[in-house]
Design a binder for this molecule. Structure first.
Ligand code: IP8
Length: 266
């Protein structure tokens, strides 16, 4: 048995949850995305989802990303991981009921970070799942950290790490805007969408991106772009599409010409 080149699909927390609320899932969006994923019939798929209004407010309240400084944070670490399993449960529910052989992998149980970067990953189960044609599902999580005690690991870092580790053909980032813009389209209505970028063009664009204003402990679009370089350097294509709009994820998975931003090594 050999692993065929997978596609890594990262679904943003701002797509599947309402970031203005707390613990507020968009179940109708989760169901629509599961339908699109099922329709695309990709056997070689790795799914990663973000934290949105589940992980971020809890992580922020207990300063989990900054690491273990007081015993009182421990319950906050447990709570952050727990609320992520709750959101993951909703995603799993939908994927499985759409006949996708999706199996959840808790990052906190198989990944250890060092100063926020993935240091080790126990990949035995993941390799077998991929070999057998399952769809592993991971998520941004509270993880143990060799320097900090614990921290927050973003779904974006997990997605690019898995893409490199399993030699993916492509990473699809499903976000709540149409792609990568030259400024924030939620603030500036004249923001221009980049349809295609090379790695070196992306580096120029990076300088204009600012961190998001809302509570997002892992850096929003800015953090996402920072994670992309190692994958792009290896020739892995990256497509950023609006997963809040119907059919965009289906098209990206099916390899149809998309309406988002395509980034390649160049
Ligand atoms: O939303 C962070 O994952 P992200 C998850 O992909 C937590 O950045 C626990 C805040």
């Amino acid at each position: 048995m050999s692993i065929i080149k997978p596609i890594v699909l990262k679904i943003g927390g701002s797509v599947i949850t309402d970031k203005d609320g707390e613990l507020s899932a968009r179940t109708e969006v989760i169901n629509r995305l599961a339908e699109e994923i099922a329709l695309a019939k990709k056997e070689n798929l790795i799914i990663v989802h973000g934290g949105g209004s589940f992980g971020h407010p809890t992580a922020n309240r207990h300063a989990i990303k900054e690491g273990l400084r007081s015993d009182s944070q421990k319950v906050g670490f447990a709570e952050t991981h727990h609320v992520m399993t709750v959101l993951n449960g909703l995603v799993m529910d939908s994927l499985v009921w759409h006949n996708i052989p999706a199996v959840s992998i808790a990052p906190s149980s198989c990944i250890v970070t060092e100063s926020g970067r993935i240091k080790s990953f126990d990949d035995g189960a993941m390799k077998m799942l991929l070999n057998l044609g399952f769809t592993p599902v991971l998520y941004g999580d509270a993880t143990l950290d060799e320097k900090l005690g614990f921290t927050i690991l973003s779904g974006d870092q997990i997605a690019t790490y898995m893409a490199v580790r399993f030699d993916a053909a492509k990473i699809v980032f499903g976000v709540d805007i149409d792609g990568l813009f030259d400024s924030d389209p939620k603030i500036n209505k004249n923001a221009r969408l980049y349809r295609h970028l090379t790695l070196s063009e992306l580096k120029d664009v990076q300088e204009h991106l600012r961190s998001p204003t809302k509570v997002d402990v892992t850096g929003g679009m800015c953090g996402k772009v920072n994670e992309l370089t190692p994958a792009l350097e290896r020739g892995i294509q990256v497509e950023i599409v609006n997963a809040s709009k119907p059919n965009r994820i289906y098209k990206a998975l099916a390899g149809e010409k998309g309406e988002g931003t395509l980034i390649e090594k160049g």
